[in-house]
Design a protein around this ligand. Sequence first.
Ligand SMILES: Nc1ncnc2c1ncn2[C@@H]1O[C@H](COP(=O)(O)OP(=O)(O)OP(=O)(O)O)[C@@H](O)[C@H]1O
Length: 255
Amino acid sequence: MTTTAPLPRTGPITGVAAEARAVVKTYGHGETQVRALDHADVTIPAGHFTAVMGPSGSGKSTLVHALAGLDTIDSGQVLLGGTDLTTLTEEDRTRLRRDRIGFVFQSFNLVPSLTAAENIALPLTLAGTRPDPAWQTTLVDVVGLTDRLTHRPTELSGGQQQRVAVARALISRPEIVFADEPTGNLDSRAGQAVLGLLRYASAELGQTVVMVTHDPSAASHADRVVFLADGRVVDELTDPTPAAVLATMSGLTQE
Ligand SMILES: Nc1ncnc2c1ncn2[C@@H]1O[C@H](COP(=O)(O)OP(=O)(O)OP(=O)(O)O)[C@@H](O)[C@H]1O
């Protein structure tokens, strides 16, 4: 990662980027019904790097999908900036995701037929706009892909593909970037590089980042970790260390 020049902040570093209020989400019906979120409350501060942890099945993905407008909820409120997502139509949510949110997935989700440069620019291409050349150059430099821009995903390592995905998530300077297990398919060195980038995006660019992870060491890169159990936020840590995250996780029980 090249960090020579100071970079412009992408947004405010104070205030609230997103909020879930008393969110309930159930799947299925009758006896097979599962309450994935059970009055979950969380506040995501703008410009911070927040990690979401919790035992398997505690509702992490469901919470992040609700915050990102990927899924509807049964009751409660989800706010992104000043927008209440629960009042939006499907079409408006789709547009909001495209225009205001960046995503990084465990499985990279790059378009195989496009080069790294084209993948990075894709959110803007889809929105009918073009990247700001200076910002694109800066991002490509930050993620260390300057000499890989004409490569297609199959010609890149997993770590390089995920760095393309991080640049793609940042290219439109979204209000919030959601990363769902971004290091889950990477070896530890490539994982460290991706975590370093997310941390850099937040600390140096003012980017709000929310990351779901199972890994205490990954979570310790965040400013704050929120812990879910049984569909609710039950604890949080500020300036986490891997040991503190592990200790908190050990104290959580899941049916
Ligand atoms: N589409 C679905 N249909 C039915 N049940 C679901 C669905 N998605 C999630 N669930 C259930 O909701 C609960 C919460 O799931 P969720 O994926 O949010 O948990 P998680 O904490 O992200 O788990 P993991 O760490 O294993 O990925 C689980 O009991 C899960 O089985």
